[in-house]
Design a protein around this ligand. Sequence first.
Ligand code: AMP
Length: 188
Amino acid sequence: MQKIICLYGRPAAGKNTQAKKLAKEFNMKIFGMGDALRAEIESGSELGQQIKSYVDEGTLVPDELMEQIIKNIKSDESTTGIIFDGFPRMLSQALMLEKIIKESKFDFVGYFLIKVSTETALHRITERGKLTNRPDDVDQEAVKNRLDAFDEQSVHLIKHYADLNKLIEIDGEKSIEEVYKQITKNIN
Ligand code: AMP
């Protein structure tokens, strides 16, 4: 059965880095939600135009638009499953994911919360912004909105996955290799 792994955490917690390492070792496909949204914007589609202001501001894209994005999620038989980077980020999205898991009969491994402090997140966002010039890493208002979105939504998601016994907490302040070890310990 194909696996589903979800990586969640503050912006710049290390989700992207860990997703790439996991994808390589376990032959899994990555669905990076931020990347998928930026690609949709880049495509110039009508949906992309509707999404753009949210991503630029650093606020969460509403459910009715997200539903159209997640239609693109498909299992790929040449891999062993999907790693979600930055999805679900709202309780309503957790329910969308549960539907996908049921319909496509995935094995849900867990919801990995990569924990970093606000200070660490801010420091890493600033450094990344200098390298990539990504607008929502450079714009201070967008950075604040993204951190606030995490603080608002995380309580609900943490409770939801803890209740399902699927929450796995990871210390994201450690080195890339140490974070990776903590995650892989929980994947079989
Ligand atoms: P990221 O690259 O993961 O930091 O995401 C960049 C931006 O994309 C976020 O600030 C949101 O505007 C949007 N976004 C990413 N993932 C989600 C999601 N699961 N739900 C709603 N909006 C999202």
